[in-house]
Ligand binder design. Structure first.
Ligand code: ZN
Ligand code: ZN
Length: 350
């Protein structure tokens, strides 16, 4: 099979490698769509621990495809060759308190496709027994607005939804998202779905903001250097009820508290680069304005399935986020477009 092997920082190649065989309890998935994520871009640029020329890895954790083969003893899980499925990438040990509480994505022994095991930038991927049994696969019906590419992009949506659930957005709330791109747009979509009366998106890059207002003219955009002035003008000097930092910038986290109204909530959605995560925050703002500061990472299987339903039912329309589809052989072009942050989602299709 064709697979994109990654060796280290900016080092990768398309290779022909043996098609894997599913073992006991495992499934073999024929990948139909695998989208490139911001974290893939980071791993492509910086490399990833344990990934070398001798021990290459196939990245890609936003995956949808068709069950090709069902391994011995996997039949009773109900999957059959030909089933169309999307894959939630994170799996836990299944037995610790965190896993039993439904948070397999926060298990200390967590693993994920395309991160610490092979993923979807290949024609086939083996789904291990733990993922089959934990419910990482979600059946999808292709057609009627659902495509493999859309199903693949439900993964980042589910991470956004995890952050969204922490913010308790209510009708008429004002919402500010710092950082555009696909993640910023997904946050904006969910805020609008929850009834926000104003959704503002801030980014330094004017071109990227143009994609936000093209996606939905309801979303207001701002790229100037007086974000506080803009927010106060838009909110009658109250500040926003909700702020999401969807960027890896310490300064955005520090600034966010100042932009919030009384009883405001903030979600630090974007992680910060290692060594830059000590941020000075005014705790008196938290105290006197009764702010709620939250964080979120990855998504639970429940959140993943919820998002799949929201997309399937047409409540959330991802069409405008899928910028371009490429065959795996066009990997140079695809990776370059993603690394340069051109347009929104770049997806390998098979
Ligand atoms: Zn992702
Ligand atoms: Zn666990």
């Amino acid at each position: 099979m064709k697979a994109l092997l990654f060796y280290g920082p900016n080092s990768y190649e398309l290779k022909e490698i043996p098609k894997p065989k599913p073992g006991k309890g495992e499934l073999l998935l024929k990948v139909k769509a695998a989208a490139i994520c911001g974290s893939d871009v980071r791993m492509i640029r910086n490399g990833y621990r344990g990934v070398t020329r001798e021990t290459p890895r196939i990245y890609g954790h936003e995956i949808a495809g068709i069950v090709e083969e069902v391994g011995e003893r996997a039949w009773d899980a109900g999957y059959r060759p030909g089933d169309a499925v999307a894959v939630a990438p994170n799996m836990g040990c299944g037995v610790c308190d965190m896993c039993v509480s439904g948070n397999t994505h926060l298990c200390s022994g967590y693993k994920a496709f395309g991160i610490n095991m092979d993923g979807g930038f290949a024609e086939y991927v083996v789904i291990p027994e733990i993922a089959v049994r934990q419910g990482n696969l979600v059946r999808i019906t292709i057609g009627d607005g659902m495509t493999f590419s859309k199903a693949a992009v439900v993964e980042p949506l589910s991470c956004v939804y995890n952050g969204f659930e922490k913010l308790n957005i209510r009708p008429n709330d004002t919402v500010l998202i710092i950082g555009s791109g696909p993640i910023g747009i997904m946050h904006a979509m969910l805020a609008k779905m929850a009834g926000a009366s104003k959704v503002m998106v801030n980014d330094l890059n004017e071109e990227r903001l143009k994609l936000v207002s093209d996606f939905d003219p309801f979303f207001l955009t701002y790229h100037g250097d007086d974000l506080k002035g803009y927010v106060m003008e838009q909110t009658g000097s109250r500040g926003v009820d909700v702020c999401i930092t969807a960027c890896p910038a310490p300064s955005a986290q520090a600034a966010s508290l100042d932009l919030l109204a009384v009883n405001g909530r903030v979600n630090f959605f974007g992680g910060l680069p290692a060594g830059k995560d000590r941020v000075e925050l005014s705790t008196n703002l938290i105290h006197y304005k009764q702010l709620v500061v939250t964080g979120s990472a990855r998504a639970s299987l429940r959140q993943y399935r919820t998002c799949m339903r929201l997309v399937e039912s047409g409540v959330l329309k991802l069409d405008g986020i899928l910028s371009a589809e490429y065959p795996l052989t066009d990997f140079e072009k695809t990776v370059t477009a993603a690394v340069n942050g051109e347009k929104l989602k770049h997806i390998f299709v098979f």
